[in-house]
Design a protein around this ligand. Structure first.
Ligand SMILES: Nc1ncnc2c1ncn2[C@@H]1O[C@H](COP(=O)(O)OP(=O)(O)OP(=O)(O)O)[C@@H](O)[C@H]1O
Ligand SMILES: [Mg+2]
Length: 248
């Protein structure tokens, strides 16, 4: 990233994987503060693995994760939450049998304070009025987009400064994709830093501030979303070609 960008989180030569398999081969990324940054890359590039590493769900063999000057590499997910990081994994992550309300309440369990949880739920409802309307409904009856909204709302309950979100648009209709992206942009405007993985690279980069391209567990390219979008190597990258590490 450009030198004068305010970076909230960076990784230094992150190495990790599953068992003996190494997926992250010395990954160096920088995430600009209060911006929406999209991570793209071919299937199996290690995007989701990187997010797991950032959130404390992967054993990191070497390297570090630094957020706001603090080394958070070794923190577990609960400690990451307490440090202001939230994570919305790929796929459906709600309790379909429970009401919307109870799903949200569950998101506040780590606060250990039901009154505070309820207060924050009202703030989530203000931000996402459709959830208020549907609060007594079984979460499983919501549309795909509403369920994603519920997941995002649940993550926002902890008032994170840094949100990791893995492929929010998967399985959503084009309108719901747009709505979900708008919702994320709204959070960005409130000062939340968002790091998002997207398959739908073009559409995601078009609404993002910055882009990061991962390839085989390494940074291939980063920079403003427009620069990444217009980079001549991007097409080739997605067809399996290789690019040198550089800053767009
Ligand atoms: N739990 C796991 N155990 C073992 N290997 C895994 C596990 N999860 C992922 N992998 C492997 O790690 C590699 C990177 O996977 P990852 O899910 O990080 O890729 P990705 O970039 O998110 O891909 P996609 O775009 O398909 O979501 C893949 O080869 C995958 O098979
Ligand atoms: Mg993935």
């Amino acid at each position: 990233m450009d030198n004068n960008i305010d970076i909230i989180l960076r990784t230094h030569d992150l190495v990790g994987g599953y068992g003996r398999t190494t997926i992250l081969h010395g990954t160096n990324i920088e995430v600009p503060r209060a911006a929406l940054t999209t991570v793209i890359g071919p299937n199996g590039a290690g995007k989701s693995t990187l997010f797991k590493a950032l959130f404390g769900m992967l054993t990191i063999r070497s390297g570090s994760v630094v957020m706001d000057g603090e080394d958070i590499t070794a923190l577990n997910p609960m400690q990451k939450l307490q440090n202001g990081m939230a994570y919305v994994p790929q796929g459906r992550n709600i309790f379909p049998q429970l009401s919307v309300e109870h799903n949200l309440e569950f998101g506040g369990v780590s606060l250990r304070d039901l009154r505070e949880t309820r207060r924050r739920m009202e703030a989530v409802y203000t931000q996402f009025p459709i959830l208020k309307e549907r609060c007594k409904k079984q979460a499983g009856t919501l549309s795909g987009g509403e369920q994603k909204m519920l997941e995002i709302g649940r993550a926002m309950l902890l008032e994170p400064k840094f949100l990791l979100i893995d492929e929010p648009s998967i399985g959503l209709s084009p309108i719901l994709v747009q709505q979900t992206f708008n919702l994320l942009l709204g959070l960005r405007d409130k000062g939340v830093t968002i790091l998002m993985i997207e398959q739908n690279a073009k559409q995601a980069l078009n609404i993002s501030d910055y882009g990061i391209v991962l390839q085989q567990g390494r940074l291939a390219l980063d920079g403003t979303a427009q620069n990444v979008l217009n980079h001549p190597e991007i097409g080739r990258l997605f067809l399996g070609g290789a690019v040198a590490v550089e800053s767009a």
